[in-house]
Design a protein around this ligand. Structure first.
Ligand code: FAD
Length: 475
């Protein structure tokens, strides 16, 4: 194997592996180093997303949603499923199978693009040299014209609730539970906490979510957040905002959690506690002395809008740099950097990054919230269309939620789209594309949407912004 490459990527998650593949497609010689090891000791490409994040969580959300619907919603269709039950071991086996196929797939994709996959630890040395230590212990010094750092992130731990891997677990642990806890506590009502809470609630856990902030889903449009809170309550999730955890200790088979809220000191006893309070950049062991790569006060690698670190030929992408910790954001950065390295055009439009919460109903948005637009002082108009008025949603028996579109009052440019409802995560793609092309509300109004589809909700929301909705009364 060569010791010298055009590009070495350190990290094979959804930021690193696309960077390596695109660099290979661009005709460059590339190595991609990744050190991920699963709980069974197996090494795998794909990073957090494929091994312990996006993919396993969506597999479990799908299984548990089907189970929940079979129990609670099939009867209305006339489908009788007496004695429906969930075999957690089979559900987990299916999830692990999906993860294995996807991570093996990444290895095949890397090889297919001519990338040299290297499993083990990578450390940036000065002058674009990289020390590679394989999982077998072999150490080599490689060199490259360009090094891309894509080392990702790791869960934030709480001093007050130390992970023991058994009763107090992180998000990865919550994806690997082999039995349904009777009482599940979740610290953090962010995207990960809500998704994992939903999984186990649907299987029967009594779920209490403790959120330190007073506002529920503060990152989302508040009309959407209020609607979401209603549905989580209906599912039986007990979400307590303004609840700051002060301690958690394992006592026998239980975890005693103490927290403070507006009423003072509170306590809670659960069987399993999931700490899901966010993630922090992971750069441990990544940078040798003298590389010149800078970290900011929160530990993110400092980069500009093109992901340059300021050290010639050294780039950084994905969760280890500023911006939302999302797989698709990292992927676009990886592709941009690989194209820039090859002398091609490359750009990421950070203004238009979709966010999705894969609960039921799904929650998705892109662009500015109504609160942000209002605060900017820009005159705006809003169109809202409830799924209750959608023929397709009625046929699917999924009428919760709405699509909301915010547009500039004068120019008609779409500023934000917020959807809570069936398949919101898929529907948002139309809004992303529209905004990427600086579409107006009228552009969407004049675009033919197939009938009956869920996508008509966005069409009607655009019409509603001008009080011209057809399938809903304009107010
Ligand atoms: C439960 C959960 C659910 C999620 N769901 C979603 C979702 O639905 N959609 C979404 O967009 N995002 C989701 N995320 C976030 C998503 O997983 C991350 O944003 C994404 O994985 C970041 O990609 P990355 O490549 O930057 O980092 P990572 O995926 O963390 O990959 C970094 C890789 O680099 C390796 N590495 C680190 N340092 C070194 C080194 N020095 N040498 C060699 N290898 C190294 C790591 O082992 C890892 O394999 C979820 C996260 C979690 C935890």
């Amino acid at each position: 194997m060569a010791d010298s490459f055009d590009v070495i990527v350190i990290g094979g998650g959804p930021a690193g592996y696309p960077a390596a593949i695109r660099a290979g497609q661009n005709g460059l010689s590339v190595a991609c180093i990744d050190e991920w090891k699963n709980h069974d000791g197996s090494a795998a490409f794909g990073g957090t997303c494929l091994n312990a994040g996006c993919i396993p969580s969506k597999a479990l959300l799908e299984s548990t949603e089907l189970y929940h619907r079979a129990r609670e919603e099939f009867a209305v269709h006339g489908i009788q499923v007496p004695g429906v039950s969930m075999d957690v071991a089979t559900m987990q086996k299916r999830k692990s199978g999906i993860v294995k196929k996807m991570t093996d797939g990444v290895m095949a994709l890397l090889k297919g693009a001519g990338v040299t996959p290297l499993q083990g630890h990578g450390r940036l040395l000065p002058d674009r040299k990289v020390e590679f230590k394989s999982h077998q212990g072999e150490v080599r010094t490689l060199s490259a014209k360009h090094v891309v750092l894509a080392s990702g992130s790791t869960p934030i731990e709480l001093k007050s609730a130390p992970i023991d891997g058994r009763r107090i677990i992180d998000s990865w642990g919550a994806l690997e539970l082999t039995a349904v806890p009777k009482r599940l506590g979740v610290i953090g009502a962010g995207v990960i906490g809500l998704e994992l809470g939903s999984v186990w609630r649907r299987l029967g856990s009594e779920v209490v979510v403790l959120e330190a902030l007073d506002t529920f889903l503060a990152i989302a449009d508040q009309q959407l957040a209020k609607e979401a809170a209603k549905h989580f309550k209906k599912l039986g999730m007990d979400i307590r905002t303004g609840a700051k955890v002060t301690g958690a200790a394992v006592k026998g088979d239980a975890v005693k959690v103490s927290y403070t809220d507006a009423k003072g000191e509170q306590s809670l006893e659960v069987d399993t506690l999931v700490v899901a309070v966010g993630r922090r950049p992971f750069t441990a062991g990544l940078l040798a002395e003298g590389t010149g790569v800078q970290l900011d006060a929160r530990g993110f690698i400092t980069v500009d809008d093109k992901c340059r670190t300021g050290v010639e030929g050294v780039w950084a992408i994905g969760d280890c740099v500023r911006g939302p910790m999302l797989a698709h954001k990292g992927k676009e950065e990886g592709v941009m950097v690989a194209d820039l390295i090859a002398g091609h055009y490359g750009e990421v439009n950070y203004r238009i990054e979709p966010s999705v919460i894969y609960t039921a109903p799904e929650i998705a948005w892109v662009g500015e919230t109504e609160e942000q637009v209002k605060a900017s002082g820009r005159p705006y108009k809003v169109g809202v269309f409830p799924f209750m008025a959608s023929g397709r949603a009625r046929a699917m028996e999924s009428t919760q939620g709405f699509a909301k579109l915010i547009a500039d009052k004068a120019s008609d440019e779409i500023l934000g789209v917020h959807i809570i409802g069936p398949m919101a995560g898929e529907l948002i793609a139309e809004a992303v594309l529209a905004m990427e092309y600086t579409a107006s509300a009228e552009d969407l109004q004049r675009t033919i949407h197939a009938h009956p589809t869920l996508s008509e909700a966005l069409h009607e929301a655009a019409l509603a912004a001008d009080k011209r909705a057809i399938d809903n009364i304009n107010r």
